[in-house]
Design a protein around this ligand. Structure first.
Ligand SMILES: [Zn+2]
Length: 286
């Protein structure tokens, strides 16, 4: 009993063994600017420093498609998989973020609200046009669903949700733009009541949506517990670099499975040492 308690304490206190990293980190960006920073906007300098840091830590960027293949066909993901996502299709995603993605060979998923893309015009352009989307290298970026009108799913009816997702998909098909059937909830918002949440997830399943991303500021354990509740880390321009680094560590601290597995390892180590000491302390009679 004492050994068991000692093992539990050592495992939790010191994390005696480095866990095998089986998790999926997802970063959420919105706007990029050369000078301005706010909750939704990072500067190009911040973004570059963050991408350099992610490379130094050995993260491997993956696409939503790769994550789907992992879920559906068990196709392995590279070690330390990371999804970099940009919401809303701002022009600066192409003009400022994209050159850095190319430079550092970072894959990214861009969630597009199609009505905004359709309405964009060169006179007052804040979001990307279809023509601009076509210029991007699809080996590096993928496009994905973000509803048609940036609809708040916390307030929408099931019928509205269906319309929003179908219109979003129709936009990609009509413009012959390939997209990954993964979805980011605008505002991270989902229905509050459980029955409505279940209905929404059933609807997404029927429509062929394979994964949905919310904001949660946690790192996802693999395999995913719920493919429609994938959490993203909200990267803010107002965060210091230290805060960014801290967010990357936000995995569930005391994952039960991990603790049990590592307790086993700690126990066997303690047991080995105990047997070794007993052997050593045995009197020898020559
Ligand atoms: Zn959005």
């Amino acid at each position: 009993m004492i050994v068991l308690l000692l093992s539990l304490c050592l495992t939790i206190r010191f994390g005696l063994f480095v866990p095998e990293k089986k998790d999926l980190t997802v970063l959420m960006y919105h706007k990029v600017s050369t000078s301005q920073k706010d909750a939704l906007t990072v500067t190009t300098r911040q973004l570059e420093k963050q991408l350099q840091h992610l490379q130094a830590l050995g993260y491997n960027t993956v696409t939503g498609k790769q994550a789907i293949d992992f879920i559906e066909k068990n196709e392995p993901l590279p070690p330390n998989p990371l999804l970099v996502t940009f919401d809303d299709g701002y022009v600066d995603t192409l003009e400022l973020a994209y050159p850095l993605l190319q430079q550092y060979q970072v894959k990214a998923t861009i969630f597009l609200p199609s009505a905004d893309i359709q309405q964009t015009n060169t006179a007052n352009q804040s979001v990307l046009s279809v023509e601009q989307l076509r210029t991007m290298d699809l080996n590096l970026v993928e496009f994905a669903l973000h509803t048609h009108t940036h609809c708040d799913f916390k307030k929408a009816s099931l019928k509205d949700m269906q319309h929003e997702l179908l219109e979003n998909m129709r936009f990609f098909k009509e413009n012959e733009l390939p997209y990954a059937p993964v979805f980011a909830y605008p505002y991270g918002a989902r229905p509050k009541h459980k029955a409505a949440l279940v209905d929404m997830k059933n609807l997404m399943n029927e429509l062929g949506v394979k994964m949905a991303f919310r904001i949660g500021n946690r790192i996802n354990n693999l395999p995913l517990k719920d493919i429609y509740e994938v959490q993203r880390l909200d990267v803010r321009g107002t965060d210091s670099f230290w805060e960014f680094k801290t967010k990357l560590k936000k995995r569930k601290k005391y994952n039960v499975n991990w603790t049990i597995a590592n307790m086993g390892k700690t126990l066997s180590l303690l047991n080995l040492n105990y047997s070794f000491l007993r052997k050593r302390s045995k009197p020898t009679f020559n």
